[in-house]
Design a protein. Structure first.
Length: 575
């Protein structure tokens, strides 16, 4: 059986090598990261599947969390898997997973699995005992011989017998010896299961610094996977490109990588106005590597407090990656908060024909902003960031917002943007804001029992000045979660600049969020909208004929259709 198995994988490697190329050339698709940390409700397979009609119109790929069973008594994100062939997770059952994958596939969107193969944990108290699993009639199991001999288990009474680790160690789970034949056979079978049984379209490799990149090349060539991206978390372009080159098999690169160098430049440019940082060396701006650049503004890790989240100009930053070469990866939290804008930016990218290998025609930084011009197959895109200005002859405005304007060549067909409807935030009825009240609302995770608020600006603290801050009040329930309200009751006449919600100092908190008065934040800290006394009523002619009505531009009108209007000093949503 073992000889047959090795022969089978050798045959797969030959077939795979003819199609595996790491990432498609001239690829015009956009990816969505369909989760954030602790997104157990938003990322349930059934919840994602229910949004397939909408998401599939804008995203060609959706990256989801590791779906393998992690054998925990509580929800977890799957980064310490126990099983590889059992896919019951915190996000749903295997049947629900299969249904979600197939639904998106039928609509032309591929699902990318978060592949965690650097490390694994045991099923019980013994650190080096792993479950036996069967796939296609063959049994697969890891043993102490498959764990790197320098794994930390050696300092805790165990004897791992594998070779030395070929990468950085990972605490809390056993580092796998990828140089060993048994580990390779287990991984190859696992990836075959992901692609050809569950129906995944590709892989996102977790913590690729933990093992040599040549193994990613081996596994991808064997699997014949079309989409592969590695998490080589490093701000050095050289480190990331060395990893990409390290995946080569027969001289061919076998995986893309996230453009972490660009991520750090984005933070400096959009949060600190250091626009010249966007001229720094990154994958997306290198003709040799832009094909293999997966660009992003934030992800489940960087978006968490204590990492490196972007707090300012998030829409403008998404406009930047959606105009640049490379394959943009939009974060679910940004999609939920800025959905209308992101839809328009994606459709503009498609309309101009920008791909992962498009040419950058202009990249010019100044003290006040940045100018980016990119050549698409159907026309050019001209993005002005900050207060940058330039001649726009031959261009027309496609999308604009705070600190960005995106123009396209006059010949580009933008009719698809007309079909995008504005998303209207309607707060739950129990969320109210009194005249002059300074407050905010937070949809807390179900695991939080007491919510405290910490709010501040450069000179003042609005929540008592002693962490964890002021208590919030539970005001109702929405989306299956309790909603809490914080109100400022002090004498200051100013408003906070930032706000944090925390679980009574129990080690759980949001990132430093930009404060918006009346802001309604979801459990990931994403601003969903502003509670401003908006009233939602159904369309009736009598509603539109009493007193005086204005549109949002301040023009006096008589409403004749559903929309958002100003009436009696309130915003009214007429449906």
């Amino acid at each position: 059986m073992k000889r047959i198995l090795i022969t089978l994988f050798s045959l797969c490697a030959i077939i795979g090598s003819m199609v595996a190329q790491g990432w498609p050339s001239q690829y015009g698709g956009v990816m969505l990261q369909g989760f954030y940390w602790d997104s157990y409700v938003d990322t349930k397979w059934t919840n994602l599947e229910s949004q397939a009609d909408e998401m599939s119109q804008f995203f060609d790929l959706i990256w989801v969390p590791n779906s393998a069973y992690a054998n925990a008594t509580s929800n977890n994100m799957g980064y310490h898997p126990v099983y590889w062939f059992n896919h019951r997770s915190a996000f749903g059952t295997e049947a629900e997973l299969r249904s979600m994958i197939q639904t998106f596939k039928q609509k032309g969107t591929g699902i990318i699995e978060d592949v965690v193969i650097n490390h694994r944990i045991s099923a019980g108290s013994n650190w080096l005992v792993f479950p036996k699993e069967t796939y296609k009639g063959v049994e697969y199991q890891l043993t102490a011989d498959d764990i790197c001999c320098d794994d930390e288990s050696k300092d805790n009474g165990y004897t791992p017998n594998g070779a030395y680790d070929t990468g950085e160690p990972w605490g809390g789970a056993r580092d796998l010896d990828h140089a060993g034949a048994n580990v390779q056979q287990n991984v190859m079978a696992y990836e075959d299961f992901l692609l050809n049984d569950l129906g995944y379209a590709g892989f996102r490799y977790d913590f690729v610094k933990g093992f040599a990149p040549r193994f990613v090349g081996l596994y991808n060539q064997t699997a014949g996977v079309q989409y592969s991206v590695g998490e080589c978390w490093d701000g050095s372009k050289t480190v990331v490109t060395n990893w990409i080159n390290g995946t080569k098999k027969d001289g061919i690169i076998q995986s893309a990588a996230f453009d972490f160098p660009l991520k750090y430049y984005i933070n400096d440019a959009f949060s600190q106005g250091q626009w010249s940082r966007l001229n720094g060396g990154c994958l997306a701006d290198d003709n040799n590597y832009k094909r293999y650049a997966v660009t992003f503004v934030d992800n489940h890790d960087t978006g968490r407090s204590g990492e490196c989240p972007l707090y300012a100009n998030v829409e403008a930053a998404n406009a930047y990656i959606l105009t640049m070469p490379g394959t943009p990866c939009v974060w679910l939290s940004h999609w939920k908060t800025y959905k209308t804008t992101i839809k328009k930016l994606i459709m503009t990218r498609r309309a101009t024909g920008i791909t992962n290998q498009s040419a950058i025609l202009t990249k010019q930084a100044s003290a006040n902003g940045y100018i980016l011009k990119v050549e698409g197959s159907k026309g050019n895109a001209l993005l002005l960031l900050g207060s940058a200005t330039t001649a726009t002859d031959g261009f027309k405005l496609a999308v604009e917002g705070t600190n960005y304007k995106l123009y396209v060549s006059n010949s580009v067909d933008l009719s698809a943007l007309d079909e995008i409807q504005e998303d209207t935030f309607i707060a739950p009825d129990f969320c109210t804001v009194a005249d002059g009240e300074v407050c905010a609302f937070f949809e807390a995770p179900n695991s939080w029992s007491i919510v405290k608020c910490w709010a501040w600006d450069a000179s003042n603290n609005y929540t008592g000045g002693a962490w964890p801050g002021a208590s919030c009040t539970k005001v109702g329930r929405n989306n299956g979660k309790f909603v809490w309200k914080w109100t400022y009751n002090g004498a200051l006449t100013t408003q906070p600049t930032f706000i944090i919600f925390n679980n009574n100092n129990n080690g759980q908190q949001t990132a430093d969020l930009t404060f918006q008065n009346g802001g309604y934040y979801n459990d990931a800290g994403a601003l969903q909208g502003i509670v401003t006394g908006v009233e939602a009523i159904r369309w009736q002619k009598t509603d539109a004929t009493s007193n005086v009505w204005y549109d949002l531009q301040g023009r006096r009108i008589t409403p004749k259709s559903p929309g958002i209007y100003l009436h009696n000093n309130k915003k009214i949503v007429i449906r």
